[in-house]
Design a binder for this molecule. Structure first.
Ligand code: GAR
Length: 192
């Protein structure tokens, strides 16, 4: 008899959590989300995780003496839950050495632009301000930089002349909500 063990994933998020929610609701999902890690005690995503019954670790980095200590505390929780993969979904923080060393090539990020264009915060506004006609979504492995690291998948989104940050962001997120689960499935199945 053979059976497939599903990859164990932790989602890191700081805010609204629409990507987390889409992942949880996706009938395509072939991995288990066993933990939510959140760095903002009032983030909306925390309530979502409670609704899905996902174990949630809320740690405020300001309460730690250093980034290393903050990440070491996270790492303890990840190890205890046998987490194999980390996926960032609106985690607005640079991942440090402690987690990068513990999860080499096992941390993914989603970003609302076609990287390397418009990294960092407010990527949708940056793209609109620049006047690009096409933007999109990038999923990549995380390294020590800001939205750098090898690209795994990209999907373009057309920018319309009348777009505002809100309208373009909405269309970009519609793409994110489908693409992220699909890519996490592929990556985690290949090398679990
Ligand atoms: C997403 O659009 C994600 O691409 C972006 O934050 C949003 C989080 O939304 N990430 C970055 O900008 C990373 N540099 P959500 O909380 O509704 O999933």
């Amino acid at each position: 008899m053979s059976f497939q063990v599903r990859p164990r994933v932790a989602v890191f998020a700081s805010g609204k959590g629409s990507n987390f929610e889409a992942m949880m609701n996706s009938p395509e999902r072939e991995f288990d989300v066993v933990m939510l890690v959140c760095d903002r005690p009032k983030a909306h995503v925390i309530g979502l995780a409670a609704g899905f019954g996902v174990e949630t670790v809320v740690l405020d980095p300001d309460q730690f003496a250093s980034k290393e200590e903050y990440e070491r505390e996270i790492l303890k929780k990840l190890k205890r839950a046998n987490v194999q993969w980390i996926v960032l979904a609106g985690y607005m923080r640079i991942v440090g050495k402690v987690l990068l060393d513990a999860y080499p090539n096992r941390i993914l990020n989603i970003h609302p632009s076609l990287l390397p264009a418009f990294p960092g915060k407010d990527a949708v506004k940056q793209a609109l301000d620049y006047g690009v006609k096409v933007s999109g979504v990038t999923i990549h492995y995380v390294d020590e930089g800001i939205d750098t690291g090898p690209i795994i998948a990209q999907e373009p989104v057309t920018v319309f002349p009348k777009d505002t940050v809100e309208t373009l962001q909405k269309r970009i997120q519609q793409v994110e909500h489908v693409l992220y689960t699909k890519v996490i499935n592929e990556v985690t199945q290949q090398s679990s």
